[in-house]
Design a protein around this ligand. Sequence first.
Ligand code: B1M
Length: 211
Amino acid sequence: MEFDYGNLADNLVAGNIDVVRDLTQKAVASGMTPRDILEKGLLAGMDIVGKRFKAFEMFIPEVLRSAKSMHAAMEILRPLLIASGVKTAGTLVIGTVQGDLHDIGKNLVSMMFEGAGFSVVDLGVDIKPQAFVDAVSEHQANVLGLSAMLTTTMPKMLETVGAIQSAGIRNQVKIMVGGAPVTSDFAESIGADAYAANATSAVEKAKELLK
Ligand code: B1M
């Protein structure tokens, strides 16, 4: 039986939090894979939200309802995505940089790393450079993931790379950056080890870096 992913996406766009939660539960109960539910339903919906927000067809309160719907669905999918992991591949410290409150993409990246067997320390949003330094040291992380969704907060990635260098721990951690305005050229320009366009490629690149 094929699940109606379009209906899930539409309800996410409409911000129908309870419906999105119910549909996600139904999709899981019907045997749909967590990855398909995520990609064909939820991410497809968020893509529409992004385009409409950009075109001024949706506004912040509506976008927030869609984001809350996404979070409600993620509560269900998270343990399932994590359960598909097989072994401990390393330790990731991740967060959204200072001044930036976007966390949907960062949360997805966290989940994918957990699903791939990494131990993940998610610091949350609006994280100062020094807090990243402290967490990498405390948890002996071998990967640091920085997320930024605003052009105005991208410079905090550079500051964070600098803080890691100043703390003398640059050679013990691979630094990866991502987020809608971030590019591989930008990653290179700030001295990061890699840029990832999405959660799946982030995991693949981290594994490459740790080989
Ligand atoms: Co904001 N917002 N927002 N927003 N918002 C954007 C980013 C924007 C592009 C919308 C637009 O104008 N078209 C624009 C930024 C423009 C720019 O700087 N270039 C924008 C703006 C301007 C703002 C405010 C300033 C609006 C205002 O107040 N006037 C404000 C800023 C607040 C702040 O942070 N200080 C703001 C607020 C908000 C909400 C709170 C309403 C909400 C956030 C809710 C939340 O996150 N809890 C919100 C949302 C939802 C968006 C859009 C619509 C969607 C973002 C999203 O969640 N996408 C977004 C438009 C868009 O992106 N098209 C927009 C889905 C998510 C799965 O994708 O985050 O790209 P993404 O993550 C991907 C990859 O980028 C990558 O993997 C993820 C999964 O595949 N990735 C990484 C991300 N981080 C990574 C880290 C890695 C690796 C890969 O490290 C290893």
